[in-house]
Design a protein around this ligand. Structure first.
Ligand SMILES: Cc1cc2nc3c(=O)[nH]c(=O)nc-3n(C[C@H](O)[C@H](O)[C@H](O)COP(=O)(O)O)c2cc1C
Length: 201
């Protein structure tokens, strides 16, 4: 089969706790980021940016995540706090995709947000295409201003996702997907083909 189609048909996320080294090389990270910026973007608004978080940054931010969690949950167990501390060092590499919307003559905010989602998905696919596994997470700290301020986000910016990237310990199992008949309808066509009316090739 066409390798690109094969990748798209079989892609699965891997939990960060099942990711190990090797991490992508510097050149591979540049390739991934280049692909992440190659997304539909109405009016060239460039409504996204990226923050690369390696082990050092993940350790530093993990301290803040743990402290923030502890201050909000004074009864949390030591084990839970440790889990929070490890959030961004489970995978060898994390890239935060930041939605950076701004007034634009052509692109409404909604379209700018969608473009950030496309950038995150392209990042996931680029990692997969280079042979790595990936997982798009947000978790509570993506929405916590104390954490996002530390990452340098301003009040207009939001974390679209923390994309975790690494090498899988094991290949993930398939999970159920919605049936096309549950999510696709045909509008305005009575052709034989269920889709464009072109018939089967
Ligand atoms: C915006 C967004 C945020 C997500 N955040 C989380 C998360 O915080 N934790 C989580 O376990 N999965 C999260 N997911 C789901 C995973 O990315 C992934 O889709 C899921 O594990 C299913 O795996 P699949 O990609 O193989 O279908 C999120 C997905 C999206 C689109």
């Amino acid at each position: 089969m066409n390798p690109a189609i094969d990748l798209l048909l079989t892609r699965r996320s891997v939990p960060p706790r099942l990711m190990i080294a090797p991490a992508p090389t510097v050149a591979e990270v540049e390739t991934m980021l280049t692909i992440a910026t190659r997304v539909p973007d109405h009016g060239r608004a460039v409504p996204w940016r990226f923050i690369v978080i390696g082990p050092e940054g993940g350790t530093k931010l993990g301290e803040l995540i743990a402290a923030t969690y502890q201050s909000d949950h004074p009864d949390a167990t030591a084990a839970t706090i440790e889990t929070e501390r490890s959030r961004l060092v489970r995978a060898p590499l994390v890239i935060a995709v930041v939605s950076h919307t701004h007034p634009h003559p052509k692109a409404p905010e909604w379209e700018q947000i969608l473009s950030a989602g496309a950038a995150a998905m392209n990042l996931v696919l680029a990692a997969n295409a280079l042979g790595y596994c990936a997982n798009w997470h947000t978790e509570w700290y993506a929405y916590d201003r104390r954490v996002t301020s530390e990452l340098g986000l301003d009040d207009t910016e939001r974390v679209a996702g923390f994309v975790h990237i690494g090498t899988p310990v094991e290949q993930p199992l398939e999970r159920p997907r919605p049936s096309l008949s549950d999510v696709v309808v045909r509008y305005g066509s009575t052709g034989v083909s269920p889709y464009a009316g072109g018939g089967d090739k």
